[in-house]
Design a protein around this ligand. Structure first.
Ligand code: SF4
Length: 380
């Protein structure tokens, strides 16, 4: 069995490519794949391309050739996350509930807080992470729409991340509802499978993700880099709070690669103070401030990996080379600028999903399907 070590030293990676080939070869299974935002700006490196080359079209084409029945984008799950997380932030601000609110899409940091700061479990957003949200939608809405028994659907997530393998097995996400996501493979594992299949990745014609559930926005793409989740949430929260159009969507004060950053964002008559940490040592500093009631922040984004998911433990190795991480980050922002829609709440397929199935964002059904809870775990 092949193992690799996560650069955060938190986990070892077990190779799950055999499991994916097995379900792809099972005619009774309907196998859906989703790929995280950070994959498209890094996987090309495994095929000799420059860091930061955007290969979304080739990625989709290769997955289709491998035999997946549905090829989707975790960016859709990221747009969905913003609908829920922005509403939750506004709810907490308007009702004097726990602040700061912390983003919750990085499972390594969620596990960190459960073990190291069990008294702060009210602080993270209750939103499931984007790929888990998308898996839930596949096993419910998509299954109903396509008349497929959810027990015959297998959801495979391609993630830049080793911690997502453990996340998909969390009892809170699997106990009552079955698995949302069945198998997680990393960018490197997908690269290995594409090579095993003999696919000429570099020369593939570009293809698009399946529809519906395939439309995505620039806000969802920037989830791939440090600062992106909170910037995406602000783009939506701004318009929902003020009722006015946000004309300048790029919040440069929230961008960068440094491990600890902060910015202020004026929304109507409020000014929100935002903290951003990447790397768990930096996260610890912000959490200690919260524990001591000294935090000045209204919202905080934490990502365990330096640079965020673009520098994740499942990505092509970059051996701590910041230049590679910066090129991937630039590509993420290029992709955001290229998108026609750049705010999650403008995604028409997201709006349709709420209208047809979920009801109100942060409402009862959305809460049941798209939110989770955390548990204090023994210090290890
Ligand atoms: Fe995974 Fe790292 Fe991204 Fe966290 S920051 S979700 S550990 S890749």
């Amino acid at each position: 069995q092949c193992v690799a070590v996560c650069p955060t030293a938190a986990l070892t990676e077990v190779n799950h490519t055999d499991k994916v080939w097995k379900v792809l070869n099972d005619p009774d299974k309907h196998v859906v794949v989703q790929t995280a935002p950070a994959i498209r700006v890094a996987i090309g490196e495994l095929f000799g391309m420059e860091p930061g080359t955007i290969v979304t079209g080739q990625l989709v084409a290769s997955l289709r050739r491998m035999g997946f029945d549905g090829v989707f984008d975790t960016d859709f799950g990221a747009d969905l996350t913003i609908m829920e997380e922005a509403k939750e932030l506004i709810y907490r601000i308007e009702n004097n509930k726990t602040l700061p609110m912390l983003t919750s899409c990085c499972p390594a940091w969620v596990k960190f807080i459960e073990h190291q700061f069990p008294e702060l479990l009210e602080v993270p957003s209750t939103c499931k992470s984007p790929h888990i949200m998308f898996g839930t939608i596949v096993k419910t809405y998509y299954a109903e729409k396509n008349n497929i028994d959810p027990n015959n659907i297998v959801v495979v997530s391609v993630m830049p991340c080793i911690a997502k393998k453990a996340e998909a097995k969390r009892p809170e996400l699997t106990k009552d509802e079955g698995n949302n996501v069945d198998i997680v493979i990393t960018t490197r594992e997908l690269g290995e499978m594409i090579k095993e299949a003999g696919i000429d990745f570099k020369n593939l014609p570009e293809e698009e993700f399946d529809r519906p559930l395939g439309e995505t926005t620039g806000a969802s793409v920037i989830f791939g880099t440090t600062g992106g989740v909170i910037e995406a949430a602000i783009r939506t929260a701004y318009e929902w709070i003020t009722g006015e159009e946000l004309k300048e969507v790029e919040f440069n004060q929230l961008r960068g690669i440094e491990g600890l950053r902060e910015g202020k964002v004026k929304i109507g008559d409020k000014e929100l103070t935002i903290g951003i940490a990447n790397g768990l040592g930096n996260a610890r500093k912000l959490l200690e401030e919260i524990r001591e009631n000294k935090s000045k922040y209204d919202a905080i984004e934490i990502m365990a990996c330096p640079g965020g998911c673009i520098g994740g433990g499942g990505q092509p190795y970059h051996h701590g080379n910041d230049e590679i991480v910066k090129k991937r980050q630039e590509a993420i922002y290029r992709e955001d600028r290229r998108k026609k829609l750049r705010k999650s709440h403008e995604n028409p397929e997201i709006l349709r999903l709420y209208k047809e199935y979920l009801g109100e964002p942060f409402g009862e059904k959305a809460h049941k399907l798209l939110h989770t809870h955390y548990e204090a775990r023994e210090r290890i």
